[in-house]
Write a protein that binds this ligand. Structure first.
Ligand SMILES: *Cc1c(COP(=O)(O)O)cnc(C)c1O
Length: 396
């Protein structure tokens, strides 16, 4: 009966007729769970393996009823057997990669990943003897070595919204017995479900679209019970669990995820089309535009092109700063995916040093505009005002 994502987002994962017959899932603010007597502990330890988590909890770092409900909902949305909730997207990424990889293994990361994922791989994993190659999607086959254990990439990438050929990469990874880990934060389960295409693990920063209200930090890893078992064990040791309150906020946010994302898809496409014909804009990056290099792949794999549009100003970095400062509706800041639109000149967040910025390949004149759920007509009027008087492509 629950054929559609809108229905599953509202109902899945939550049990009816629970405590006090409350309709909403309670926030169970308990760090520990007690036992009646010594015999109860003996039985718990003996039957731990065969017990489903919802039947008995032990200590908050290993699980919590609110967290379990959020995990069940998110697993359903991504078409996975199981999901694990974490304290942040980075906790999901680091715990998963630390579990998958050992000293001597090689990891391939396709270009344009989240800055902290890149730093984690190049600075932390390297210290523990994991060899990492950063390559562009076109060159990944050549980067594969006999020790390559996993490939990690994002869809779409940040901030130029490239959409790698997910099917081709997964097929090649399978031929080489490598695990495929996809950070699909920008796509959300509404627009892309990499597990259905054969990926081993999907990760989201739930801080973004899944939470959707700029009021929480959380991450999630989704996959088979077999793939997630060791990661769950590692989470209990490394300790990056989400709090019960954040688990509740994830549950609440996820209920409107399909509504919000479909609206954001529509608005971002309109915004991209508006920017495309504006004389002060030299380049628009949005996979929904027919001239985006990955438009065909995105149109085939994704059911929407996402809520982020990046664009470059003909007048360069100063014009981008002027535009950002004149925008009245979006906030200026470093996140995306919430109900409030957020715009940022992304390069400025990296470093004041132009050489450091160049390392990440993000042009200074680029603005990343993450649309919220405001009326698109208002957002366009606001953007038109902010672009007024800036140098045009013909002038520079
Ligand atoms: C934000 C983000 C992360 C990190 O998530 P946090 O919840 O901030 O830890 C990872 N990947 C992508 C693509 C992101 O946008």
């Amino acid at each position: 009966m629950q054929d559609h994502m809108e229905t599953r987002a509202v109902h899945c994962g939550e049990t009816r007729g629970g405590a006090y017959d409350a309709l909403t899932t309670p926030i169970v603010m308990s760090s520990t769970y007690t036992f009646d007597n010594t015999q109860a502990i003996r039985e718990f330890v003996e039957h731990k393996a065969e017990r489903s988590p919802a039947e008995r909890y032990e200590y908050g770092r290993y699980g919590n009823p609110t967290q379990t409900a959020a995990e069940r909902k998110l697993a359903t949305l991504d078409g996975g057997e199981q999901a694990l909730l974490f304290a942040s997207g980075m906790a999901a990424i680091t715990t998963s990669l630390l579990t998958l990889l050992s000293a001597g293994d090689h990891l391939v990361i396709l270009g344009g990943v989240y800055r902290r994922t890149r730093t984690f791989a190049s600075q932390q994993l390297a210290r523990w003897g994991v060899d990492v190659s950063f390559v562009c999607a076109e060159a990944f086959e050549e980067a594969i070595q006999p020790t390559t254990r996993a490939i990690f990439f994002e869809v779409p990438t940040n901030p130029t919204l490239r959409v790698p050929n997910v099917e081709k990469i997964i097929a090649s990874a399978k031929r080489h017995a490598m695990a495929t880990v996809v950070d699909a934060t920008f796509a959300t389960p509404v627009n892309l479900r990499p597990l259905e295409l054969g990926a081993d693990l999907v990760i989201h920063s739930a801080t973004k679209y899944i939470g959707g209200h700029n009021d929480l930090l959380a991450g999630v890893a989704v996959g088979s019970a077999e793939a997630l078992g060791p990661i769950e064990e590692a989470r209990g040791i490394l300790g990056g669990v989400a709090s019960p309150l954040d688990a509740y906020l994830v549950l609440r946010g996820a209920k409107t995820l399909p509504l919000r994302v479909r609206r954001q898809n529509e608005s971002a496409l309109r915004l991209a089309e508006f920017l495309k014909q504006h004389p002060a804009v030299s380049r628009v990056h949005y996979p929904g535009l027919p001239d985006h290099p990955d438009h065909a792949v995105a149109a085939r794999l994704m059911s929407g092109f996402g809520g982020v549009v990046s664009f470059e100003l003909a007048g360069g970095s100063d014009a981008a700063s002027t535009c950002i400062d004149k925008l009245e509706i979006p906030h200026i800041g470093p996140t995306l995916g919430g109900v409030e639109s957020i715009a940022q000149q992304q390069a400025l967040f990296i470093s004041r040093d132009p050489a450091k910025r160049a390392e990440y390949g993000i042009p200074d004149a680029l603005i990343r505009y993450a649309v919220g759920i405001e009326a698109i007509d208002d957002l366009i009027v606001d953007l038109r005002n902010a672009l007024r008087g800036l140098p045009t492509t013909g002038e520079v």
